[in-house]
Design a protein around this ligand. Structure first.
Ligand code: BV8
Ligand code: ZN
Length: 262
């Protein structure tokens, strides 16, 4: 718990404290949010949506009702986001996390993100609590579909794009993400709770801690006596359960942590 009455430790002191917690840890659980992909150019979920989407609230587009109401608007938004991911690269934060695992500990990445930047950075154990942009499925029959290799153009007309039809039943494809009001994938949730139960240390990176049940994971770890290290440039809902708070960008803090671990 970060004591608001104590002077805020310097980033250097906090990095030393975090490195001391990680040194020798055999199992590390990591919860990542949109903030770890921000330095790859992917807007975070609560950033004012940029460009074509400035007048929409992400929470209004990421629901089954929004898709039923206007499939082309929602599909166009996800294709715009998928295009940004296809055009982006993992950043030093993703890469440092993969390097942490290469040093020996078992690092289980539990991500709320729907991009594949952790995998492309080389992280081996990644669980997607909120699904993936790269796994569309039929809205009617649920059949999984894939995407061709090409990067989609900026959706014509800026924001609407009719979803392709299912090759099995003709229904509209939907993004393979978990929308608000939808259950999380059982296997990913089980892997997340297992990782929390068995880890010695938890790191939460780039998440405002507002979306449940994912946001409950750091509190679960702290409640089981596991130290939680938070990496976020601003205060978040997880401040209460963080043992150490690194008020920094992921692309700055994670490489600095690796350096201290030697
Ligand atoms: C569900 C996929 C059962 C789609 C997303 C209690 C228990 C259970 C459910 C609820 C509950 N209370 C309310 C609910 C309902 C709801 C919910 O949580 N609502 C919130 C708004 C209150 N939860 C659900 O509906 C979940 N389903 O629980 O099923 C159920 C079913 C029916 C009824 C009840 C229960 C499903 C939630 C999944 C929604 N889908 N994404 C898509 O991507 O389009 S959530 C979405 O928000 C993204 O996945 C995103 O990752 C996630 C969380 O946001 P963050 O990642 O934290 O991003 P954010 O922008 O907020 O913060 C970024 C942070 O990064 C900031 O702090 C910033 O400072 C920092 N940052 C910026 N730059 C950097 C940085 N950090 C580091 N480095 C940087 N450079
Ligand atoms: Zn179908």
């Amino acid at each position: 718990m970060i004591d608001p009455c104590q002077p805020v430790p310097s980033l250097g002191d906090s990095l030393d404290a975090a490195a001391a917690l990680l040194r020798g840890a055999g199992r590390i659980a990591v919860l990542s949010g949109a903030g770890i992909s921000a330095e790859s150019g992917i807007p975070t979920f609560r950033d004012a949506l940029t460009g074509l989407w400035a007048r929409f609230d992400a929470g209004d587009l990421a629901t089954p009702e929004a898709f039923e109401r206007d499939p082309a608007l929602v599909w166009g938004w996800y294709e715009w986001r998928r295009m940004k991911v296809l055009q982006s690269q993992p950043n030093p934060g993703h890469l440092a996390l993969a390097r942490l695992a290469a040093r020996g500990p078992q690092v289980t990445v539990i991500t709320q993100n729907v991009d594949d930047l952790h995998e492309r950075a080389g992280s081996r154990e990644v669980h997607h609590l909120h699904g993936s942009l790269h796994a569309p499925r039929c809205f009617e029959c649920g059949r999984s579909h894939g995407f061709g290799p090409q990067i989609p153009d900026e959706p014509e007309g800026g924001r609407r794009l009719a979803p392709p039809a299912c090759d099995h039943c003709g229904g509209p494809l939907r993004p393979g993400v978990v929308w608000f009001g939808e259950m999380l994938p059982e296997d990913a949730w089980r892997a997340a709770t297992e990782a929390i139960a068995h880890c010695e240390v938890m790191i939460t990176i780039g998440t405002s801690g507002l979306v449940f049940p994912a946001a409950g994971l750091p509190g679960l770890a702290a409640g089981r006596g596991k130290p939680v290290i938070q990496i976020n440039p601003t205060a978040t809902e997880h401040d209460d359960c963080a043992r150490v708070a690194l008020r920094a960008r992921a692309g700055e803090a994670l490489p600095a942590l690796l350096e201290r671990l030697g």
